[in-house]
Design a protein around this ligand. Sequence first.
Ligand SMILES: Cc1cc2nc3c(=O)[nH]c(=O)nc-3n(C[C@H](O)[C@H](O)[C@H](O)COP(=O)(O)OP(=O)(O)OC[C@H]3O[C@@H](n4cnc5c(N)ncnc54)[C@H](O)[C@@H]3O)c2cc1C
Length: 322
Amino acid sequence: MAKVFIIAEQRDGRLKKATLELVSYSSTQGNETHVILLGDNVAGLAGELGQYGAKVVHLAQAPELKLYSAEATSRVVTEVVRAHAADIVLASHTPTGRDFMPRVAGRLGVGLASDCTQLTFQGTDLQVRRPVYAGKALAEVEFVGPGPRLATVRANSLGAPKPEPGRTAEVVNLTLNLSGLKTRVLEVAQGNTGRPDVTEASIVVSGGRSLKNAENFKMLEEVADVLGAAVGASRAAVDAGYRPHRDQVGQTGKVVSPTLYVACGISGAIQHLAGMRTSKVIVAINSDPEAPIFQVADYGIVGDLFQVVPALAQEFKKVKEH
Ligand SMILES: Cc1cc2nc3c(=O)[nH]c(=O)nc-3n(C[C@H](O)[C@H](O)[C@H](O)COP(=O)(O)OP(=O)(O)OC[C@H]3O[C@@H](n4cnc5c(N)ncnc54)[C@H](O)[C@@H]3O)c2cc1C
């Protein structure tokens, strides 16, 4: 049994699903699961973490932690995992996890396996699987040298988190010394779309250059609304100004692993596949039967998306209504 420390991600007082996935998975694998929860006035989230399997929640609360800062987060996390001799430290492979975990690894002088899609716990040790070469191959990674073992994990890779109502966690209030921080985050400006983020959603409906303009993406939004999905885009669509960069899926965008990925008029370039090929089910709609996207698709529709997508939206609505 390993002593696993998971760094929780929360925004505006809500825990990210990816955090609950990690906590639930670690706990069901029989580990002593600790969570480090950073923020200001976030004590109320400890109960939820307990329900998902956290044994102990280490609560780091301070005004300096209200808005995420890589410097403050990596400092607190390093101190806690050192003090408790953690065997394994896990974070989600989100922009936040990708930002602070290398700093934690640097401070501890240990390695970090990033963007893992499978974790195998062996006593107090860890072995991971991670996609390489833009997802064309999978590498099995073992850690060498002294621990702790550090990994970031792709969201939606470990299965749906399962709460156990009635389960609770011990809460430890940390005494923090945050003096001497060199940076201070004043404001986080976020685009408010009211839609789930592509990295978090169970369903992603993405569009490519073939949508022709931003207005036509409304067609995908309509399908997404029926399915409760996020809307993604290829880089060509983002470069053309049809969607903001936060929606870009791929090597230079976000990596997603939803239950269902619907690619509408996306050719399936290797850089796009790098961001979505681990999706559980892939549906491709493309007018070119030779488009590379069909090589990774579970279901393919050869046709004009301007006819297929509205027809799908109508059918989905009917199914939902009944
Ligand atoms: C370093 C680097 C990083 C990159 N990073 C990324 C990345 O993160 N994400 C990413 O997506 N790309 C990335 N790219 C770009 C990538 O190589 C492709 O250029 C891009 O993915 C193509 O986008 P697309 O499929 O929308 O456009 P296109 O390649 O132009 O494909 C359009 C597709 O739509 C189909 N089509 C056209 N009209 C219709 C219609 N009416 N109905 C149905 N289908 C239709 C066509 O048959 C075609 O397959 C990167 C490239 C480089 C060099």
